[in-house]
Design a protein around this ligand. Structure first.
Ligand code: GAR
Length: 192
């Protein structure tokens, strides 16, 4: 059987991407075939190199139409895309080429604390300011708008009033690492 081929898109450190590299390293049904980043200094590049996974760097202009990206994805026969801290909007053409095949993780319980500008620490600071008693993760399919695609899974964690935004970020990142590859694997396996 041919394995389902997954590409990871990431703009930053890539700690979630690395969890995917580890999780699928010896998988018989799913493999990570490439990484795309818009940031030539992204930590994800070193992590991909350590796992001998090829990466592509394309700056912001290429993500406006996504044409070049789509061509490469087709050449690499990519079946699914995982956004792991990818900070640019996915162009409409790419969403159409991969309907319900692009996953994103958002570090809060959508629909709260989502939308443009809500990424990384901005999210956790807003959660802190709003004095929320819980936060968590949302794994969802990607459509043309930031953080609005169909929700696949949410996992929450309690927040103490004494938690700083950094402490909230740590709790949420732990949930991401524990759940993101597992949830994506379940969805992809169902498609096989
Ligand atoms: C993660 O917390 C992810 O949820 C967030 O960026 C971080 C990337 O960390 N994504 C967003 O905020 C998307 N709106 P990583 O590079 O260590 O995986």
């Amino acid at each position: 059987m041919t394995k389902k081929r997954v590409s990871i898109f990431a703009s930053g450190s890539g700690s979630n991407a690395e969890k995917f590299f580890e999780y699928f390293q010896n998988d018989t049904e799913i493999e990570i075939v490439s990484v795309f980043t818009n940031n030539k200094s992204a930590g994800v590049i070193d992590r991909a190199n350590r796992f001998a996974i090829p990466h592509h760097v394309y700056n912001r202009t290429y993500w406006e139409t996504g044409e070049t990206i789509i061509e490469i994805l087709e050449k690499e026969k990519v079946d699914f895309i995982v956004l792991a801290g990818f900070m640019l909007l996915i162009p409409g053409g790419l969403v159409k080429a991969y309907p319900d095949k692009i996953f994103n993780i958002h570090p809060a319980l959508l629909p709260k604390f989502g939308g443009q500008g809500m990424y990384g620490m901005n999210v956790h600071k807003a959660v802190k300011v709003a004095a929320e008693t819980e936060s968590g993760i949302t794994i969802h399919f990607v459509n043309e708008n930031y953080d609005e695609g169909q929700i696949i899974a949410q996992v929450s964690c309690a927040i103490d009033s004494s938690d700083s935004a950094e402490e909230i970020a740590k709790k949420v990142l732990r949930l991401e690492h524990e759940n993101y590859p597992k949830v994506v694997a379940e969805v992809i396996r169902k498609s096989i």
